[in-house]
Design a protein around this ligand. Sequence first.
Ligand code: FAD
Length: 407
Amino acid sequence: MPTKALVRTARLLHLIRGAGRYGIKVGAPELEWHRAIGRAFQVRDHMLRFGANPFNKAGVEVRFPCQAMLIGERKLLIGGSEEVEATSVLIAAGMEPVVPPVPGLHEAGYLDNERILDLKELPHRIAVIGSGPIGCEFAQIFSRFGVQVTLVDLSARILPQEEPETSAAVRAAFEAEGIEIRTGIKMTSVEAANGMKRAFFESCASIEVDEILVAVGRSLDGEALGLHTAGIEWSNRGIKVNDQLRTSRPWAWAAGDVVGGPLFTHVATEMGHVAARNALRGTADRLDLRIVPRVTFTDPEVASVGVTEAAAKKSGRKVRIGFARVVDAEKAQIDSLEYGHVKVVADAKTGELLGCHIVSESAGDMIHEAVAMMAARTPVKVVAKAMHAYPTLSELMRSALNSASGA
Ligand SMILES: Cc1cc2nc3c(=O)[nH]c(=O)nc-3n(C[C@H](O)[C@H](O)[C@H](O)COP(=O)(O)OP(=O)(O)OC[C@H]3O[C@@H](n4cnc5c(N)ncnc54)[C@H](O)[C@@H]3O)c2cc1C
């Protein structure tokens, strides 16, 4: 969560710098890193303010901080010394950041999403390795904080899980802000000298930076949790579960990031409820992962739900695509917004919405109209006829639905 507080600070800085376009004359704003990071920690502390109290009130014994490890069927070692036997075990231990096996990286030192929050001062230059949601959010935060950022990815485009139009729109916005983007290249080694780090790549010139942030994904360390010992199947992508979140052992359930799949807090929360109910009450509730909203808090924001155009076509569906550009919304002219669009993917036969992909300010809020439509399996033509308030960015959703409805 501290990252989102930094996103806010970075956005304000950007708005103040661009205040001239709204007819406001201001001096150059100055970031005070220690205060910005202090506020981010306050936000986190507020979230954690209740501590163990709600759990204790519900009759749950909490040990914190304390490490647990499975040491056999239904058996746990807690705090390194206490052995406990349980009727059921729910594993919700999250994932760890992946560190790519690049020669010299360990020796030179690198940052990950946690270590970055411990920085006492900002570096002058940073290489962000990995252009998924976490890499992109940090790249823009640091760039707006005045750090010279190079964003590097092995994939041909940034945010490679998203639609190609999404990647292109965010890339254009990032480059306009001065972020250097190198895609389709592999980091081969790192050397450290005189407090600097030099990163070498397979097919382009090396770069010298002060820090390297690694954001290439997350993986499961099943050894640390003792999964083998307990006979629970896993890979570095997650614990293998069936759709009731039960593992290969009937007494064990898993929920959240440890299961792999969409790594989001809202998914982990839903999974936790279902898995806990099943484990404690013997129910066989299932989780509907058909509709998971995904948001990346860059500016413009990226939000999507359902399948991409390519995935829908690959599954053999005939699709209708609807598209609306942000610049065509009057609200975008009023607010001086330049980048983004709404793209919808609908089933050509039934008109059902299969996916929605938004790049826009407030995309993370706008996406829920598509979530509701998909949950109710509402045909796109129904909502395309519904009035949307003027002037709002949500009018773009109506335009995109309208063009996908074939009307
Ligand atoms: C930089 C960043 C930004 C993100 N932004 C968003 C966002 O904007 N929106 C969103 O929805 N998601 C976001 N996520 C993803 C989100 O944080 C995760 O999906 C979510 O936290 C998963 O919850 P979880 O409970 O499964 O795992 P975690 O939150 O990782 O919790 C697992 C807990 O288990 C503890 N643990 C691990 N091993 C043991 C052990 N052996 N014994 C005892 N305890 C153990 C860990 O210390 C940890 O406290 C972000 C992630 C990162 C890294």
